[in-house]
Design a protein. Structure first.
Length: 436
């Protein structure tokens, strides 16, 4: 099944690349400004359009989107895959899917054709049900809009036509951004999106609890990660406890980072263990594999007076702790005295004082670049662009010669993706004005 999904998206990516090449050529051949092109985050006219919303992020965001689309005259449908989806949906347009995964492709094709769907909205494009929907919608020439966490954080979420992350259609050519005119973009300060963590946690507990309680109604549904309300509650409580402990324990590192460790360490921000960015857009099957590769290369190639700092992802706080694993591996390599592992140290401070940042494809890499810190990605990332990252450089060479980003080129890239792919809003806070 995993092979089939990758094959589907490989074909889709090749098709997308061809379209992008043609699009870039048209832009180069035209005097029309970048800001007058159709934006990837512009949902266009929705009046009298048939629109499908599939699942969505946990919580009421897609219900709010449904409300606003209806107000604009759209005919909306909401497909849910479990009872949690049902709870957070309107009931008058809700369509439950209770079949098997093998039946999903046939079901969604028939649905799209019978309802004459014009546009589909979904959250993420790598999960099984979402990936099949994308494949079929492309074949039927239906507009696809994919939501994701913000490329630029905080205060932004991502909305792109066709796909997000490595399936995004935004250009990856430095020459393209060289031609971008910054005067065409309004450098607006984003509004505070009023992120409500309590709302997120309550939504998650309700979602998983209801979905598990009424799983018998959707007995064939397979979730992309753990699917237990009790487990989520346990992870949530453990995360809060660990945050208190780690915050106190890591205080000692903050002064060291600003003083004696400043510009004497490489920084490695860990991504979540089940991040599709890793599973779909890199050659790593696990965080552990990435950790081992980084440690082995660092031990062999980096200067002996330089340290390596790993930082855990806050979402994984209640689920994973790689500290023991990292130190076991570093002891085998004889570099345990040069390796640090932190949890709650202020991220911007870590980035600002680092010699360089090593990531798979985390958006922390973008934050690193904004601090002027040399950055290398070991997976596929939308910002892995020559002149911005250490693109095409091997990690063994990065330890010796990390190149700083071209800040002017980076700013052009930043403004371009904000204008074309970002919305000032939050899934658990302010709804973007473009969707109202």
């Amino acid at each position: 099944m995993e092979y089939t999904q990758k094959k589907i998206f490989t074909t889709f990516t090749l098709f997308s690349t061809l379209l992008l090449t043609v699009s870039d050529y048209m832009v180069r051949s035209s005097s029309e400004s970048y800001t007058k092109r159709i934006k990837d985050n512009d949902i266009g006219e929705v009046n009298n359009k048939n629109i499908l919303l599939l699942q969505g992020p946990i919580g009421f965001f897609f219900k709010k989107l449904d409300t606003n689309l209806r107000k604009k005259g759209a005919r909306t449908y909401r497909i849910g895959l479990n009872a949690g989806d049902y709870f957070f949906s309107y009931k008058d347009n809700y369509v439950p899917y209770k079949g098997t995964q093998s039946e999903w492709k046939s079901f969604i094709r028939t649905f799209l054709e019978e309802k004459k769907i014009d546009k589909v909205f979904l959250f993420g494009d790598c999960r099984f049900y979402q990936s099949i929907l994308v494949e079929v919608a492309v074949e039927l020439k239906i507009e696809i809009f994919v939501f994701e966490e913000g490329y630029i954080r905080p205060h932004y979420i991502t909305l792109e036509r066709f796909g997000v992350n490595n399936y995004s259609h935004i250009p990856r050519d430095s020459n393209f951004y060289d031609r971008v005119n910054l005067d065409e973009f309004e450098n607006l300060k984003p509004k505070n999106t009023k992120f409500n963590p309590l709302s997120m946690w309550i939504s998650a507990i309700l979602y998983y609890g209801i979905a598990r309680l009424f799983h018998f109604r959707y007995k064939y549904y397979k979730h992309h990660r753990g699917f237990s309300a009790t487990q989520e509650l346990f992870f949530g409580i453990r995360s809060l406890i660990r945050k208190v402990i780690y915050t106190q324990y890591d205080k000692k590192y903050l002064k060291q980072i600003k003083k004696e460790l400043s510009k004497k360490y490489f920084f490695v921000p860990l991504q979540t263990h089940n991040d599709f960015q890793i599973l779909q857009h890199s050659n790593y099957g696990s965080i552990e594999k990435f950790i081992i590769e980084v440690l082995e290369s660092f031990a062999k190639e980096a200067d002996s007076n330089v340290k390596l700092m790993f930082k855990h992802h806050p979402i994984d706080r209640g689920r994973k702790n790689y500290k023991k694993f990292i130190f076991e591996q570093s002891q085998i390599l004889g570099i345990s005295d040069r390796v640090l592992v932190v949890h709650e140290v202020h991220l911007p401070t870590c980035l600002q004082h680092a010699l360089g940042t090593v990531t798979i494809n985390s958006t922390v890499g973008l934050s690193s670049l904004y601090h002027g810190t040399p950055t290398i990605t070991l997976g596929d990332a939308i910002y892995d662009i020559e002149g911005i990252t250490n693109k095409n450089k091997k990690i063994k060479d990065f330890w010796k010669n990390p190149q700083k980003p071209n800040m002017k080129l980076l700013e052009k890239f930043r403004q371009y993706i904000i204008f074309n792919t970002q919305l000032n809003g939050n899934f658990y806070g302010l709804v973007p004005k473009e969707l109202l």
